[in-house]
Structure formats: structure tokens, C-alpha cells
Design a protein around this ligand. Sequence first.
Ligand code: SF4
Length: 378
Amino acid sequence: MAGIYIHIPFCKQACHYCDFHFTQSVQQMDDMVDAICEELKLQFDYLEREAVHTVYFGGGTPSLLNESQLKRLMRTIRFEHDLSSNPEITLEANPDDLTPEKLELFHQHHINRLSIGIQTFHDPHLKWTNRAHTSEEAMECFYNARKAGFENISIDLIYGLPHQDHSLWKLDLKKIVRMRPEHISAYCLTIEPKTAFGKWVERGKIADVDENYAAEQFEILLGAMDKYGYEQYEISNFSQPGYHSQHNSNYWKQEKYLGVGPSAHSFDGTFKQANIANNAKYLKSLKKGEIPYEVMHLTEEDRINEYILTSLRTKWGIDLERLRSHHEIDLLELHEVYLTDLLNRGMIFIEDDFITLTNNGKLLADKIAADLFVFTEL
Ligand code: SF4
């Protein structure tokens, strides 16, 4: 199940917590779209002509794309790559961009899944995190998207924010479950050093995320999702039956993907590569017909540990047979004492040769994964 990721590195304004690659000077959007189309052409056989089942416009803010830009991108994808007959085509959108006209445009161009960055319905928090929309716009764009015919909508939420007490978080969840999106991604705030929040923490202006408080909010989230029929198929991702993000599930299952645009990553099944995270250098290289990327040399140990980290976060869990057959690693034998302890403490299940996390285990997912890492080079 190969996929294509397209990074649109522009945003109207910088959210205070965000460390993704983007710029606020949108004048170069046209040139960037041309360069991305050029990269899509140059990479015509990166996926070895496998059928492309998912396309994901991420960023940055892909909802800033205008009609001609989106048309060029979609045409190039179709022309240069082998799109399957019914691909999942997702576009990340911010509520303030989703006018009825824009929604119509996306629908006409075969975008069939929207991922809307609502984050919270609490206006003071939206303002404080420097989001460009209001809670009213968030609500309105969702129903307009329904009217425009979108039947697969994902909503992004954030928790663990300073001053976001449990009652506000519960209110956000109450509003979201009433809207009944097909998919919900809920992420705990992480303070990254180069963001505005990172600097504020450094200067003592705000406190870092309180892990215990955030863990309580995670438990509130799990309770609400379970009550309203959303399946948790990855630590931060919940869906109604049949509405998993196919694109992201492919990453977690280590399927092939081609990433185009500055900072985008690609994986051909063996090697990973990362495009340069610099718009000017990216544009300059593509003008010369060169893709500015670096191959990320992953050792076998890196690949095993990445598999453990990502798969343990999913409902499918770690496939023990896959580790045996692909890497000759018997995780049960290697971590027998630790796994027995986790079982006794009710943190994991081991069934049918898979290790999955219980709800208690999910609170410590990354720590447990790190403890299960394999050190083949020693
Ligand atoms: S969170 Fe999204 S909209 Fe905000 S700065 Fe980051 S990429 Fe842009």
C-alpha cells in the first residue's frame, strides 16, 4: 500500500507550539508548487510503479492552495504515478481557510478526506496559542464541509495546555463527540525548544507540561472515546469503524512512501531519505532538476527499534513473528523477565504472537517501547 506525502511549507501565522517546517512568506507558493511538481516527475519510479493508495497533503497549511496550484499538483500525481482506483486523498486544513468556495474546490478535485486543525474550542486558548481561527469558525467549517459532501473528516485536538483544566478539556471532548467526525487525533502538547512556548519555558514565563496532569487528561480522553464509539487504533488516533487513516497506518506498518516538498521524508522499504528543510535551497535545486535530499542510514538495529516504537503504539501491536522472520530476534526470549513483569503489572497483553498495550500501559507507551529496544551491535 504505497503512499505519497506532499509538504506545503507555508502558514499564515506561527502557532506558538509548532516546530514543523514552514514559512509565513507565502509569495513563493506558485514557485514551490512548480518545484514540487518537478520533484514528483523526477521521482516517477521511486515507488517502483506500485499502485498509490493514499495521498496526503500536509504542512504547513495545504488549505492555502488555490485552484490552479491544487490542479497542477493533482494532475502531476495522476500523470506521473499510478493512483489506485479509489485512493484516500487527505488534505490538512485550518478552519479559517475553509470557506464554502474552498470546500467546493477541494471536493471537485477529489480530496475525499479532510483533517481539520481545530485544537480546542476555547477561544482564549486559541488566541494564546496563536491559532488563526475562532471556535465559531471551527464549528462552522465542519458543518460546511458536511454540506460540501465530505463524509470522512478528521479533527485534531490538543491537550496538556497550561491553564487547560479538566473541565475545559471535557467541554472540548463533549463538543467534538456531538459533531461526530469520523476520526479524531488528540495530541498532548510537547514543548519544543525552538518554538515560542519553548522560549517562554526557558525564560520561566510558563511552566512545562505537567506530565501527571496530562496523563489524567489522556485518561479522560480514553473514557470519552470509548463511550462514544471511537476505536483507539493508535495512541493519539481514534476512529469510527472503517475510518482509520490509511495513510498514517501505512507509516506505522512500515510500508513504502514518497514524500515531496521541503523537509518531506521518503521510505523505499529499505532506506529512508529526507529532503532539505529550507525553501530557498529546495527551490534552487529543483530549478536545476536536482532533489536536495540526504539518505538517512538506518542500521538494522534502528529499523528494529523504530518498528517496536511505532507498532507498540498501535492496536495491532508488535508482531513477534515478523521480528523472528525478518531479523532473527526473539523478543520474548530477549526480554523475558521484563515482559513477565509488565504482564503481572497489567501493562501489556501477549496474545497470538503479538504484544499490545493495556490502557495502563498506554500511559507509558514510549518508555515501555524504549525498554524493549534491541541492541544488536553490542
Ligand atoms: S500548527 Fe499547523 S498552522 Fe500552526 S504553525 Fe504549525 S503547521 Fe502552521
